[in-house]
Design a binder for this molecule. Structure first.
Ligand code: GLU
Length: 417
């Protein structure tokens, strides 16, 4: 395998990690070709009537990466950077993620290239209904099941379910991450952030440390970051810095999270929180903390800043926040990286629970959801950790090797390889 370069696109970067795993597995070329490509990609035009009557022409995507292990599964992102390559990268990560937590899904992702914060609620609803109409031919409760991601939420899923149901009849299992009142699962909203902290704590305990003695910085205070903050605080971590798109704040004595959450509910941002020091946006990645949780965009830790990262544990709440080159630099320095495949898999795990509740027309209690989530993530973490220890490799390599092996096995058994 060639050395990674810093100009790799997001999909090339994910495939770099896949090829490292495939090398290790001595995977035949035919299998590699199938697993490093995507099964189906659609690009749809989404003309959007704005509230003032003007029409904006937007473009959306749905990429199905691999379905050997079950229906395609993955979120839909509304973001200006959600282009085809990014959506491919995220779809392929879903294939490996669902395999590593062993839920019976394949991998997919969708995106609309737009800044959702510039749109009114009525515009977002029209956009969502139009996008669903355009992709409705390839999604389905047993085909491909969307979910929330950056820029989308439970309300978006409610519109998607309704738009799909207008043609297909009541179909709660068509999306996950729905509002509880429409068949969503208790515990789903918190699940990704909760999962980050569950696996983070397993990893720090393996290093002989205790959350009570550790400082934590969180980049991103959306669904993942803000839930991770709540749960980390309850589990004893000292959260000293957080950031969002408007700015970063730092208090070496520890932020008062409930108070900060109130402030965010009122103002929409952490940036002007009065009881902390304002720091440069990128400085949050370089603070002298024990644990760093990037929970925003991909590609934030690169060759240019990896040397300045001081945390000894990085927990990838975001998808692909560390470039392959930075990954190697950090691994050489002995930094433990809990990879996205494990760290942010709590969301799709509870999506699986939601989907099973929908198709059984049954409802679980929140405690049950949280206990099942914990059980599954800890098991997945332990399998990856044991492999990494036995083969003297990183958690990321171990996770990619195990995931690629499982997907290849299913693909082979189906007979298309
Ligand atoms: N968008 C989330 C992710 O990246 C959740 C996907 C899902 O629940 O299907 O894992």
């Amino acid at each position: 395998m060639a050395e990674p370069t810093e100009d790799m696109t997001p999909f090339e970067a994910v495939n770099f990690f896949f090829h490292e795993a495939a090398d290790q597995l001595r995977m035949p070329d035919a299998t590699r070709d199938v697993l490093s490509g995507t099964y189906r990609e659609i690009r749809v035009q989404v003309p959007l009537r704005m509230d003032d009557g003007a029409i904006r022409t937007l473009y959306g995507y749905r990429v199905q990466h691999n379905g050997a292990r079950g229906p395609y599964k993955g979120g839909v992102r509304y973001h200006p950077h959600a282009d085809l390559d990014e959506v491919r990268a995220l779809a392929s990560l879903m294939t490996w993620k669902t395999a590593i937590v062993d839920v019976p899904f394949g991998g997919a992702k969708g995106g609309v290239q737009v800044d959702p914060y510039e749109l009114s609620s009525a515009e977002l609803e029209r956009l969502t209904r139009r996008y669903v109409a355009q992709i409705s031919y390839i999604i389905g409760t047993y085909r491909d099941i969307p979910a929330p991601d950056m820029g989308t939420n439970a309300q978006t899923m409610a519109w998607m379910m309704d738009a799909y149901g207008q043609r297909a009849g009541h179909s709660p299992g068509i999306v996950t991450g729905k509002p509880v009142a429409l068949g969503g699962s208790l515990g789903r909203e918190a699940a990704t952030g909760r999962g980050c902290i569950i696996v983070a704590t397993e990893a720090v305990r393996d290093l002989g440390k205790d959350p009570d003695d550790l400082t934590l910085a969180i980049q991103g205070f959306g669904n993942v970051g803000s839930w991770a903050a709540r749960i980390a605080k309850a589990d004893g971590y000292n959260i000293v810095a957080v950031s969002d798109v408007h700015g970063a704040i730092y208090d070496p004595r520890g932020l008062r999270i409930p108070d900060l959450l109130d402030h965010v509910a009122e103002t929409g941002t952490v940036a002007d929180y009065p009881d902390a020091e304002r720091i440069d946006d990128d400085a949050i990645l370089e603070l002298d903390v024990d644990v760093l949780l990037p929970a925003a965009l991909g590609g934030v830790i690169t060759k240019s800043n990896a040397d300045r990262v001081k945390a000894s544990v990085i927990v990838e709440g975001a998808n692909h926040p560390v470039t392959p080159l930075a990954d190697h630099m950090l691994a050489d320095r002995g930094v433990t990286i809990v990879p996205d495949l494990l760290a942010n898999a709590g969301g799709v795990t509870v999506s699986y629970f939601e989907w099973t509740q929908n198709i059984q027309q049954f409802h679980w209690e929140e405690d049950e959801v949280n206990a099942e989530l914990r059980k599954r993530l800890i098991k997945a973490y332990q399998v990856v950790r044991d492999y990494a220890r036995t083969h003297d490799t990183t958690l990321r390599r171990a996770a990619f090797i195990l995931a690629a092996e499982r997907v290849a096995e299913s693909a082979n058994l189906r007979g298309y390889l």
